[in-house]
Structures are given as C-alpha cells and as structure tokens.
Write a protein that binds this ligand. Structure first.
Ligand code: GAR
Length: 206
C-alpha cells in the first residue's frame, strides 16, 4: 500500500522534525513517509537534519516571495509538485491564511507547546508560551497536536499530553521538558494516526 506522502514545514532547530525522522526509523511512523522538508528560514538547523536524513529540502521565505500570497503560492506549488498528502507544521513560525488552510482541509497538523485552549493563538509561540504558563502560575502544562484551520491553534485536537510544572522551572527548562515528554511523543503518534487514515482513504478511492 502506498504510504502517505508527508511534508514537514519548519523554521528553526527542528527537534520535532528529528522526532518524526526517528519515528520513521523505529517504526512508530509507518503509514507515512517524509518526502519533503520546507523551511521559511534559510539558516534553520532543521535543514541540516533533513540533509543528514537524506530528505529533499527547500527554503521558501515570505521576503523572497514578496508577501503572504506569493509565499503561500510557492508553498502550494512545492507541495503539489511533490504530491504531498499530509502537511506537518513542526515549529513552523508563520501563520497560514484561510486561502491556504481551506485548500488542505484536515490535511495539515500542528504541534503546539501547551494544552490548548490555554496559552495559544496569535502571539503564543516558542518560549513565549512557557513564559505565559509560568506567569499565570498553572501547575500543569503540556503539548497538543491539532488539525490546522483558519483560526490560529483553533482546529480539532488530535492528541494531548500533560507535563507537570516544577517549582524552580524557567521558561527554558519547561520548554525542554515539554518537548522531551510531550511534543516528541505525540507528534509522531498523531502523524501516524492521520497518515494511516489518509492511506485508507487513498486505498478506498483506487
Ligand atoms: C516547539 O516547541 C513547537 O511546539 C513550537 O516551537 C518549537 C519548535 O522547536 N511551536 C510553536 O510554538 C507553534 N505555535 P523545534 O524547531 O525544535 O521543533
């Protein structure tokens, strides 16, 4: 059976991309295959991870394209050229418009470093999410993988995992624990869940 063709969109360090690559090696991700990595940052370390894993990678920036619409058009062209079935946003720090998200309905998933609906939406990304959780004083946080629609962090939730906050946590220590205990676990699991669903749908259509 043909595997679900996955593109992973990244902006930075790419530890979640690495978790997906590792999951593919150890069989957690078996219904899908990462066939493309797209970065919106030419110096993202994620690009080195893709190269080391032998996965084709591209850089597409809003600046080079000259705005949101041509940027999204360039993304769409690359995704179509590689016949992508599933788009995984793994630390992708650019909000996608409704024009883009509606084109790939239930075909885009994102990992967010909190338990949605807390500490999410516009302005909540990366370390800012953990700063906000510590400032509020919550005792439990975690990560969420959800489908992406036109509302930032507003699509249907696929998986969540909770992580305790410790008394001496800093945003950095909390970010590291949420990644290790939650994001790197549930992102590959969710990618497998959605990939196997898409694989079944493709099979049914044939
Ligand atoms: C991760 O913590 C991811 O959840 C977060 O950025 C980090 C990227 O790390 N994403 C967001 O905040 C999106 N709203 P990585 O590049 O090492 O995977």
């Amino acid at each position: 059976m043909d595997k679900t063709r996955i593109a992973v969109l990244v902006s930075g360090g790419g530890t979640n991309l690495q978790a997906l690559i590792d999951a593919q090696k150890n069989g957690v991700l078996k219904s899908g295959e990462i066939v493309l990595v797209i970065s919106n940052n030419a110096i993202a370390y994620a690009l080195t991870r893709a190269a080391e894993a032998g996965i084709p990678a591209l850089t597409v920036t809003k600046k080079d394209c000259g705005g949101q619409e041509p940027f999204e058009d360039a993304l769409i062209a690359a995704l179509e050229e590689h016949r992508i079935d599933l788009i995984v946003l793994a630390g992708f720090m650019s909000i996608l418009s409704e024009r883009f998200t509606s084109r790939f309905e239930r075909r885009i998933i994102n990992v967010h470093p909190s338990l949605i609906p807390s500490f999410c939406g516009k302005g909540f990304y990366g370390l800012k999410v953990h700063e906000a959780a510590l400032a509020y004083g919550v005792k439990v946080t975690g990560a969420t993988v959800h489908f992406v629609n036109e509302i930032p962090d507003g699509g249907r939730i696929i998986l969540q995992k909770a992580v305790n906050i410790l008394p001496d946590d800093t945003p950095q220590s909390l970010q590291k624990r949420v990644m290790e205990r939650a994001e790197w676990v549930i992102l590959p699991e969710a990618a497998e869940l959605v990939s196997s669903q898409i694989q079944k749908e493709k099979e049914y259509r044939q």
